[in-house]
Design a protein around this ligand. Structure first.
Ligand code: NAD
Length: 337
């Protein structure tokens, strides 16, 4: 397959790119190397992909007029996996413009490019944050009471809605994922596990929100990549070929637009996550307890029913395995620099 992965220098894009290349697919990876976090880490991920046969790197921004259209016209991908975004819940309170540019304008440009160059399957990354704070647990794809608490969540909900309409209007088989707190080797420096690891090793205190009682549905990167990879092949049929398309059909395996949670469904308390990290590092953390910041939700939990229905049971790596794997990578990566 010819696959375009946007955000290929990002945490998830890098891992998905590796997986697709290992299977022998031709992967074009687009990334802008935005400076939201350590650009050196993004360059290292892309350099690693570039060492593997079948990879074509492209540096550019989604918002650049004509860039995506020309790229798709030239490479004619069968599959597009759209992961590039301004991610992060808290930063959206500081710099909403970055979210409007990448997640709204950028995603719109991608949809227009796909409309002009039809693909077999378009897959896009949304977030558990889209559920917001008022949703009953576990979060289900059919929940209507979504309440975006941050502009990040609002831009991702808007992206989902844009993709749903394009899928419906132009017959683009589309799957939107809602990812739940993904972690693992080569992870994101702005996320709690990475931040805590750096601070504990530097002997600095860590800030623990909601007194450690916040719960997150931590999803190990390899499990997420396995789910995404299987969903790439689980193409929704075109409208007219299967069941009728509409919001009621988001749970139907034959809808042309699908929304699918990717998470383990087993939330972990933040203080239990830190206990596991302390054991993996062999060092205690100095914890400063803080209230939950604005925009953060107290707990997340994915309903995994639809995911299992579509692609079967996906491995669920526990944090007692996943966190030590992250720590091993972290020590090796920074020891070499
Ligand atoms: P990441 O920040 O590591 O990767 C995103 C990549 O997109 C970065 O390399 C960045 O340089 C690139 N990018 C940003 N704006 C761009 C633009 N305008 N043009 C081109 N490239 C651009 O994030 P990630 O953790 O790999 O997340 C991938 C996707 O999954 C994102 O859409 C994110 O919102 C979503 N997501 C991630 C998580 C998680 O826990 N990691 C959870 C929910 C949703």
């Amino acid at each position: 397959m010819r696959v375009l992965v946007t955000g290929s220098a990002g945490f998830i894009g890098y891992h998905l790119g590796r997986r697709l290349l290992a299977e022998g697919h031709a992967v074009t990876g687009l990334d802008a190397f935005s400076d939201y976090y350590d650009v050196g880490l993004k360059r290292a991920r892309h350099a690693d992909l570039a060492n593997r046969p079948g990879f074509t790197p492209v540096e550019g921004r989604l918002e650049t007029p004509g860039l995506l259209r020309d790229l798709l016209t030239g490479m004619k991908p069968e599959i597009v996996v759209h992961l590039a975004a301004q991610a992060g819940v808290r930063y959206s309170l500081e710099n909403p413009q970055a979210y409007a540019d990448s997640n709204l304008t950028g995603s719109f440009n991608l949809l227009e490019a796909v409309r002009a160059n039809p693909v077999r399957h378009l897959l896009l990354a949304s977030t558990s944050s889209a559920y917001g704070g008022n949703t009953a647990l576990p979060f289900r794809e059919t929940d209507r009471a979504v309440s975006p608490l941050t502009f990040y969540a609002a831009t991702k909900l808007a992206m989902e809605a844009m993709a749903h309409s394009y899928s419906h209007l132009f017959g683009i088989p589309t799957t939107a994922f809602r990812f739940f707190t993904v972690y693992g080797p080569w992870g994101r420096p702005d996320m709690a596990l990475f931040l805590f690891t750096r601070k504990i090793l530097a002997g600095e205190p860590i800030e623990v929100f909601a007194g450690g009682a916040a719960e997150r549905d931590f999803t190990y990167i390899d499990d997420l990549v396995e789910a995404v990879r299987r969903l790439v092949d689980a193409v929704p049929p075109l409208p007219g070929e299967g069941e009728p398309v509409g919001p009621e059909d988001t749970l139907s395996p034959s809808a042309a637009y699908r929304l699918v949670n990717i998470g383990g469904g087993r939330p972990v308390r933040l203080d239990a996550m830190i206990d596991t990290l302390e054991r993996a590092l062999g060092r205690p953390a100095e914890r400063i307890l803080k209230p939950l910041p604005p925009g953060d939700v107290p707990r997340t939990q994915a309903s995994t029913e639809l995911l299992r229905r579509l692609v079967g049971a996906v491995p669920e790596t526990p944090i007692t395995t996943g966190i030590p794997a992250f720590v091993t990578w972290y020590r090796d990566y920074y020891a070499a620099r």
